[in-house]
Design a protein around this ligand. Structure first.
Ligand code: XIL
Length: 351
């Protein structure tokens, strides 16, 4: 099969855990992809044991080792999120929920600073400074899913981060990540070796995209050290591909890169006819990505396009068969579409 990564001018990534780092799955991964994202094991909760002690999850280590050994880039996910974060992050030592008092704000700021510094140091201690040849980490989703699905005055999701700190937590997370990954633990002479992304879902939906664009605009205006805008693109075959294109266009011209961070395309039900439609969907989506990247200035192109899992069997939405490969590792029509090989696709049944 034509390697997917050879059909694009941008790196192609895949979300995995340790199960994809050996055997036939690993062979398939290394044939088609340039980059990995840890699907779960670098989320906030993964960095602590049940005594609230910082530790690196063995699976995070396995993925860093795998990336380093196989010349794959590692895209970190995620430094700050409202989900998969321990409750104690938002409580004081006695278990009281933090409020927006000055003292509580400072506690949460300090907690975030400690977390980000610990993560950076843990990785740099074992893999060398960021930007050095031995360290595979190239980017982070710094904050994830901070935009509200409803219209709100500031467009931001209600969360414990937002309750305590308001919008400040977003800017702060980027400043702390920049300090840790691009200064304190960066290789001397390297130039912003770790790219810092904001990331969200449903950014292809107009109202949410508008709130996202407004926040990104405020970040740029504030000088927040943001390198790029991430779009999860958890879509279905009924999401118009044109919405993906207009979403990328919306963020063009800001001097920022963009990344497709969690692409998958559900079909429901997974009939032969729908799986064929999915093939054409992936074809059209990758055509949009290639075209966007080709037309953008180098500093504003696509940083990477990542699919959220290697096979349907391993997808968080596995019953809706959203990925490029089947559970037996065979290439689906979705794969042939993604590489642009139309003659690998069954005819579309439109009735
Ligand atoms: C999902 C993982 O795929 C699942 O294994 C886990 O149980 C829950 O999280 N948006 C994100 C990802 O940013 O972290 C989520 O990943 C999917 C939605």
């Amino acid at each position: 099969l034509t390697p997917l990564k050879d059909t694009t001018d941008f790196p192609v990534g895949v979300a995995i855990d340790q199960r994809e780092t050996s055997g036939a799955a690993s062979d398939l991964l290394r044939h088609h992809f340039d980059q990995i994202t840890p699907e779960n094991h670098m989320k906030v909760e993964a960095w602590y044991d049940d005594q609230q002690r910082f530790q690196r999850h063995p699976q995070a280590t396995a993925l860093l080792d795998y990336a380093a050994a196989n010349d794959l880039r590692l895209y970190g996910h995620v430094l700050l999120w409202h989900a998969q974060t321990p409750d104690w992050f938002f409580q004081d030592a006695s278990g009281r929920e933090l409020t927006d008092s000055e003292a509580d704000k400072q506690l949460l700021r300090d907690r975030l600073a400690t977390h980000i510094d610990d993560v950076a140091r843990s990785i740099a201690d074992d893999y060398g400074p960021f930007g050095s040849e031995t360290n595979p980490l190239v980017a982070w989703d710094v904050v994830n899913e901070v935009i509200s699905d409803q219209a709100t005055p500031d467009g931001l999701r209600t969360s414990r981060w937002h309750d305590v700190l308001g919008e400040e937590f977003i800017h702060l997370a980027f400043r702390l990540a920049d300090q840790a990954f691009n200064r304190d633990y960066a290789a001397p002479g390297s130039d912003r070796p770790v790219k810092l992304f904001i990331n969200d879902y449903n950014t292809e939906q107009d109202a949410k995209g508008t709130q996202y664009e407004a926040l990104v605009g405020r970040m740029v205006a504030a000088g927040t050290p943001l390198d790029g805008v991430g779009h999860q693109f958890h879509v279905s075959i009924n999401t118009p591909v044109s919405a993906l294109a207009s979403t990328l266009d919306r963020f063009a011209g800001l001097g920022l890169m963009q990344a497709v961070t969690e692409l998958d395309v559900t079909v429901n039900p997974a009939t032969a006819a729908n799986l064929a439609r999915q093939g054409y969907y992936y074809r059209d989506a990758f055509e949009v990505f290639r075209g966007y990247h080709a037309g953008a200035p180098a500093s504003e192109g696509l940083y990477s396009v990542t699919v959220w899992g290697l096979t349907d069997a391993r997808s968080w939405r596995s019953e809706q068969a959203p990925l490029l490969f089947a559970g037996d590792l065979s290439a689906k029509s979705a794969f042939f579409g993604a590489i642009g090989q139309d003659d690998g696709l069954p005819p579309l049944v439109t009735t």
